[in-house]
Design a protein around this ligand. Structure first.
Ligand code: ATP
Ligand code: MG
Length: 562
């Protein structure tokens, strides 16, 4: 009997390119790296790059390094380095080795001297503004710097004096000598070093010249023996330069492959955008549960699995497009449905009194923790004659299709009994303050002998047993699909959702008390929640991870997004 071969999903273009290079013998192994700049926290876009780089290493039995691309001392901080490492581990990945571009400053410096000596680099005295002017434009070729023909000896002397700190910031730079008429602007004598007196988070004040991204990246890849240097599309035009440097230096030459950045609807993810949200106090910090950062998602209760599944689901693309946020949320729901124990809590309570319930009696009901996972067993819930239900689950008068509780109607209380409503008590304003019901002792869940069928089931808690807790209901931070590109004169800050956080007091079944910070649960019929680190023994704080269904999409369809 012949076995059917396992179904092989077709390979993406990055894998195809890797396969070709392995087959041709250009590379013998797959060595990748994830190269964040430590100038902010990682966001969902970075997750895509992390999953791709670490994922390829795993698929091909290769390696993936973590390298901090720390060449811009002004914006970089150790706080970010630590946060990035924590987030990558949380996502479920381990780097083979850890590096910092700043570890290569001396190698880069020596290589720069090599290019000066071979006549491929020169010290230029143009100011930043003059340099821009000399560079030309997309339609106009650039002009040679007056310093372009300095001799290697003079260049070497000046470059050493740049390093020694003899010249003021910005007064000189080292440039590669390539082609001021190239149609690719990156080829028009790109800057390799700038003079900058700024303390670096690792090298302190050792250096007053710093290498640029272009001069650093390829050589760092090369030093680490990377075979595939995967980056995003905006670096496609830098690839010829990447190749030029490796070739001129005659060093190990990795292949740069570009893919499209992940862009999600209703988010801004760029670090500088997010930094402003944090600095101006629009959110409580980088880990605010409304932030698209990995630390925000962690606090929000998203699982690493659901983010990884989402990234693999979205795939690797060659062209930019926007992915609907709903896909990420669905991935979160799908995973939580499998793992989150069910609990009951009432967020907007109204009293329900069972008038034929024996005075003072408490019955212990049983309910499965998760119908998707029988292994995690059952929990006990106290039931009594004084209950709380959601105000929204009751109507004095209701249309025929309203299957929750109405006056003169019946409903099943989840894991409890069927109750019949015969009257209500109201305050002076006509607001219902108490719902009066009777219960049918024959209808106990799991032991129903009545044969009665009712259409609706609602959740409840026993008023005297319920635990009060704070619930934070999070919603989208922005009200528009693309907060990053908005009308003239407006910025993403004009589209902040004023209702992105609502805090309510809820009443929950006692078993919630036994949970720990970080535990995720489903509040039945409401959504998924996580115990926030702000929780204390007697005052639990729950964050809403995601509602049970995609209400946002539905509201949007009706034109009611805010
Ligand atoms: P940002 O300013 O949004 O943080 P960045 O590209 O400047 O983006 P880096 O720290 O330089 O951030 O990025 C580290 C790696 O993550 C790079 O390889 C980069 O291409 C990749 N990356 C960044 N944003 C995305 C994204 N939205 N989708 C996929 N990969 C991304
Ligand atoms: Mg960057």
């Amino acid at each position: 009997m012949s076995e059917t071969p396992p179904k092989r999903e077709s390979k993406n273009f990055v894998e195809q390119s890797i396969d070709a290079d392995l087959q041709s013998g250009r590379f013998q192994s797959v060595n990748t790296r994830f190269p964040p700049e430590p100038n902010g926290y990682l966001h969902i876009g970075h997750a895509k790059s992390i999953c791709l780089n670490f994922g390829l290493a795993k698929t091909y039995n290769g390696t993936c390094n973590l390298r901090f691309d720390d060449t811009n001392p002004v914006k970089e901080e150790t706080e970010y380095v630590d946060a990035i490492m924590k987030d990558i581990k949380w996502l479920g990945f381990e780097w083979d080795s850890l590096h910092y571009a700043s570890d290569y400053f001396e190698d880069l410096y020596q290589w720069a001297e090599q290019l000066i000596q071979s006549g491929d680099a020169y010290v230029c005295d143009l100011s930043a503004e003059e340099m821009r002017e000399y560079r030309g434009s997309l339609t106009e070729s650039g002009r040679n710097s007056p310093d372009r023909d300095r001799s290697p000896e003079e260049n070497l002397d000046l470059f050493r004096r740049m390093r020694a700190g003899e010249f003021p910031d910005g007064s000189r730079s080292l440039r590669a000598k390539i082609d001021m008429a190239s149609p690719n602007i990156n080829f028009r004598d790109p800057v390799m070093y700038r003079i900058l007196r700024a303390s670096h988070h690792r090298t302190g004040d050792t250096w007053c010249i710093y290498p640029t991204y272009d001069w650093t990246h390829g050589q760092s890849d090369s030093l680490e023996n990377i075979s595939f240097s995967i980056c995003t599309l905006e670096f496609e035009n830098h690839r010829p330069l990447y190749d030029w440097f490796c070739q001129k230096l005659g060093i190990h030459h990795p292949r740069q492959i570009e893919f499209a950045k992940l862009k999600l609807s209703s988010l801004v993810v760029g670090k500088r955008f997010m930094l402003r949200l944090v600095k101006e106090g629009h959110v409580s910090g980088w880990d605010d549960p409304r932030m698209p950062t990995l630390s925000g998602y962690r606090r929000r209760g998203y699982t690493p699995e659901s983010i990884r599944n989402f990234c693999s689901d979205v795939g690797v693309a060659k062209f930019n497009s926007t992915i609907d946020m709903v896909r990420l949320e669905n991935s979160v729901r799908e995973h939580l449905n499998k793992i989150a124990p069910r609990r009951m809590a009432v967020l907007d309570p109204v009293k329900l009194t069972i008038t034929n319930w024996p005075e003072g009696q408490v019955e212990i009901m049983e309910a499965v923790n998760n119908p998707e996972d029988p292994e995690i067993g059952k929990r006990e819930i106290p039931f009594s004659g004084n209950l709380l239900i959601e105000r929204g689950d009751f109507r004095e008068e209701a249309p025929r299709k309203f299957f929750r509780l109405k006056k003169g109607g019946a409903v099943r209380l989840r894991a409890g009994y069927i109750v019949d409503c015969y009257d209500v008590i109201k305050d002076e304003d006509g607001k219902v303050t108490e719902i009066l019901c009777t219960y049918d002792p024959e209808t106990r869940s799991g032991a129903d002998k009545s044969g009665r069928k009712v259409k609706g089931t609602i959740h409840w808690v026993s008023a005297n047993h319920a635990k009060e807790m704070t619930v934070r209901l999070y919603d989208r931070l922005f009200t528009v699909e693309d907060p990053g590109s908005t009308e003239e004169g407006k910025t993403y800050l004009d589209y902040l959702n004023p209702n992105s956080l609502t805090t309510v007091t809820a009443y929950a079944e006692p078993s919630l008390q036994s949970h720990e910070i970080g535990d995720r649960i489903q509040l039945e019929r409401i959504g998924y929640f996580v115990l926030d680190p702000d929780s204390q023994a007697e005052s639990i704080v729950l964050n809403r991870i995601v509602p049970l269904r995609d209400t946002w999409g539905k509201m949007e369809a009706k034109g009611k997004t805010v």
